[in-house]
Design a protein around this ligand. Structure first.
Ligand code: GCO
Length: 447
């Protein structure tokens, strides 16, 4: 057994997102979001689940902060529901919404827990969607107003700000695949949405810094290596394209390199939504990049027939999570190394990492999620390896603090360190929560 130790200032946290936990979807003046609308659309979400109640965190935040304290969390990453602050997306401010986050931040600080605030984790005000959504440039302008409001209200106490969570998913899954709100399937909308998300981000960065000098400002991307299934030129080209679509389309403009020419050419669509100066704004210097890592992709070319391709040499590890995602911990080391050596971001955080398993409450009321413990442990060992080769990894956030609303899967997938009985709203610390508490206390893992 060896001990993977983390730097003494390493930050241990857990993450959630507003729509996934808060509930209270129409209380205290909150406006409708695209996820309210989408989840209320028959057939959109598994079992007809909605976030109407979710973990009822809006009413149980105090208990939830106490849970975090029990775990010894040093930081908590949560998101603000934009339509709670601005019910129509822009204009009139809902003071009750601001008060909720105000109390939450105060309670966290009181408990010695550093808040990491995500401004946008996918719950766009429906009014802005009705006016065109992210494919409309005006939505990026509205985002900056919202970022200004939130950072003015909380900036005296919140020093860590994340503009967007996974703009790839907002754009591609929301506007091209249609599996997420608003459920559209249009390539040109998707491309414009991705650009306006990045633009809103780039415009918001200096505004947040102005409201909170010395703030640490970053963005969170979903990242995970795309490996060719064989060394054939076709598979390598296909994997590089996937990498371009998922990673470089976002990383490159953020790093000041513009959109990747190979993907622009492959898409073959007009990019007339890019205005002069946009790319400079998108490249606003960041204090950190947040990495959400769950798995990798193994890419097989679809462009040549299987029997003309070279035999596969890369096979998935047999272990999968309940999402069907391969457990591939080395991928965390790979992506962190790549980001450090190939991109200029001064610091990195793992802003999400975790796994869904079919947890059950045992006869004596315990939840023995040994597989989640193993998943998390293996990934932490890889995070430790990355630090050992010089990656400036500053912290790690487990996804998620609580079982919650897993988007189109509804409540069928449990990612939490803490089990939630959705009937009674009882919270039960899983074995992984107790284990994580010990990791935090020891500032490392035994492997
Ligand atoms: C994401 C989101 C989270 C998910 C989690 C598990 O990465 O998709 O940030 O909201 O719940 O990743 O899929």
């Amino acid at each position: 057994m060896t001990h993977t130790c983390f730097p003494s200032n390493f930050i241990w946290g857990a993450a959630t997102a507003s729509y996934q936990i808060e509930g209270a979807w129409n209380e205290d003046g909150k406006g409708e979001s695209i996820w309210d609308r989408f989840s209320h659309t028959p057939g959109a979400v598994a079992n007809g689940d909605t976030g109407d109640v979710a973990c009822d965190h809006y009413h149980r935040w105090c208990e939830d902060v106490a849970l975090m304290k029990t775990l010894g969390l040093q930081a908590y990453r949560f998101s603000i529901a934009w339509p709670r602050l601005l019910p129509a997306g822009r204009g009139d401010v809902n003071q009750a919404g601001l008060d909720f986050y105000d109390r939450l931040v105060d309670a966290l600080l009181e408990a010695g827990i550093t808040p990491f605030v995500t401004l946008y984790h996918w719950d766009l005000p429906q009014a802005l969607q009705d006016a065109g959504g992210w494919p409309a440039r005006a939505t990026a302008e509205a985002f900056v107003e919202y970022a200004d409001l939130a950072s003015r209200a909380l900036g005296d106490r919140v020093a860590h700000w994340i503009t967007l969570n996974e703009p790839f998913v907002s754009a591609v899954v929301g506007y091209l695949d249609g599996r997420h709100a608003p459920g559209h399937t249009n390539l040109d909308e998707m491309l414009a949405a991705a650009h306006h998300l990045l633009l809103g981000h780039g415009w918001a960065v200096p505004v947040i810094r102005q409201n909170r000098p010395q703030a640490e400002v970053g963005i969170v991307l979903n990242l995970g290596g795309q490996h060719p299934a064989s060394p054939s030129p076709a598979d390598r080209a296909a994997a590089w394209r996937q990498d371009g679509v998922i990673h470089r389309w976002f990383l490159d403009p953020l790093a000041g390199r513009g959109y990747p020419a190979d993907v622009v050419q492959w898409r073959g669509r007009p990019m007339d939504f890019v205005m002069g100066g946009d790319l400079e704004h998108i490249a606003a210097p960041l204090d950190f990049l947040g990495v959400n890592y769950y798995t990798r992709g193994i890419v097989r070319s679809q462009e040549i027939p299987e029997n003309e391709n070279e035999p596969r040499t890369v096979f998935p590890n047999p272990e999968h999570t309940e999402m069907g995602w391969e457990v591939y911990p080395e991928g965390l080391y790979e992506i962190l190394g790549r980001l450090h050596f190939c991109y200029p971001f001064p610091a990195l955080y793992v802003t999400e990492n975790g796994a869904a398993y079919p947890d059950q409450v045992g006869p004596s009321g315990e939840v023995d999620d040994a597989r989640r413990v193993s998943y998390l442990e293996q990934h932490l060992v890889q995070a430790g390896r990355a630090i050992a080769v010089g990656v400036p990894l500053r912290g790690y956030f487990a996804w998620s603090l609580l079982d919650n609303f897993e988007w189109a899967h509804g409540y069928s997938k449990r990612f939490g360190l803490v089990y939630v009985d959705y009937r009674t709203q009882q919270r039960i610390l899983k074995r992984s929560a107790h284990w994580y508490g010990r990791v935090i206390a020891a500032n490392g893992v035994m492997d």
